[in-house]
Ligand binder design. Structure first.
Ligand SMILES: [Zn+2]
Length: 321
């Protein structure tokens, strides 16, 4: 590869930056509150055309569980916590899937992971298993001070409403301390959202359908964090499909640098002449980082881009029945 001299230079720079201060933190998924800023991004109709696969475009498999992109053989390091969830959340599928507001919605529900994020590097993926709409559906992290019940009678963007949580809304807006910041395009039913929490650098990054979206938040060191998800939408669901954690190491930093240098559409483990054993190891532990990003899906039409504060009760009937 003619990139090699550049690789060497960049690897040297990376190695020089490895010995940063690092503190153990924990991962979270949290919720944010509904204020005018938040509501202005909300969609009353489900977001269409953002799925990882085509299952949700095929009405004949509408009620069939989509397992695309999921590795059902892997052990899960954590699931959703039946002790730290809103009463209106129901856990399914070995506590990997959460359904919010099973009957109707009168506010914001949230659930936390069973375990805090305590490794240097943490990655997990959430699949949106239901129509995605309403005031907010969020994926993020939070500290032990993030309450899942605080806004049970308020429609809001729960994760990121205060300084104790950091959230990404389905509208593509980031929230922290109640401040919105545009970050990505919307996501909808079937979208796979990846979360990489780097506790070594204190950075949080998201992926949409396996494509990196860049740094979302920094300065996350020295906190105990958990993964969280939240939703205001009736009969909405999310499923955790991947959990990985590992220490920061020279191997990880080298892999990250290779990922930065090698174009996204190429699989690093295919392009680099690696020994078979190492290739197998990396494909298991760092596949999410090293695999080729799927091509961006082409969407002819996004018809529901208008803003409206939705009525979760009415929508439930329209969307889910
Ligand atoms: Zn599918």
């Amino acid at each position: 590869m003619n990139h090699k001299p550049k690789h060497v230079q960049q690897l040297q720079a990376t190695l020089a930056s490895i010995f940063d201060v690092r503190v153990c933190l924990f991962p979270f998924v949290s919720v944010a509150e509904p204020d005018e800023d938040c509501v202005s991004y909300a969609s009353a109709l489900p977001v269409k055309g953002e799925a990882f696969c085509d299952c949700y475009n095929n009405t004949s498999v509408e009620n069939k569980k989509c397992n695309c992109g999921e590795d059902c053989t892997a052990d899960f390091e954590w699931t959703w916590d039946s002790e730290v969830k809103s009463p209106s959340c129901m856990l399914l599928d070995g506590d990997k899937e959460v359904m919010f507001h099973v009957d109707y919605s009168s506010g914001t529900a949230a659930v936390r992971a069973t375990d805090p994020v305590c490794a240097d590097q943490n990655f997990w993926e959430i699949k949106m298993t239901s129509p995605v709409y309403g005031t907010d559906m969020m994926i993020g992290i939070g500290t032990t001070d993030t309450s899942v019940d605080k806004y049970s009678h308020t429609f809001c963007s729960l994760l990121g409403r205060d300084g104790e949580s950091w959230g990404l809304s389905y509208s593509g807006v980031l929230y922290h301390k109640g401040q919105p910041k545009k970050y990505s395009s919307k996501f909808g039913q079937g979208t796979i959202v990846g979360v990489h929490l780097d506790m070594w650098r204190g950075e949080l990054r998201f992926y949409k359908n396996r494509r990196p979206l860049g740094v979302a938040f920094t300065g996350l060191q020295a906190k105990k964090m958990y993964p969280f998800v939240s939703s205001t939408a009736a009969r909405s669901g999310m499923r955790v499909i991947t959990t990985r954690s590992f220490p920061s190491s020279l191997q990880f930093f080298c892999c990250r640098k290779m990922r930065e240098v090698i174009p996204d559409h190429l699989d690093v483990t295919e392009v680099m002449p690696l020994p078979p054993g190492l290739k197998h190891f990396l494909r298991y532990h760092l596949h999410w980082l090293l695999r080729a990003a799927p091509p961006a899906r082409f969407h002819k039409k996004r018809s529901n881009s208008y803003s409206s504060k939705s009525d979760e009760h009415v929508l439930c009937k329209k969307v889910c029945d």
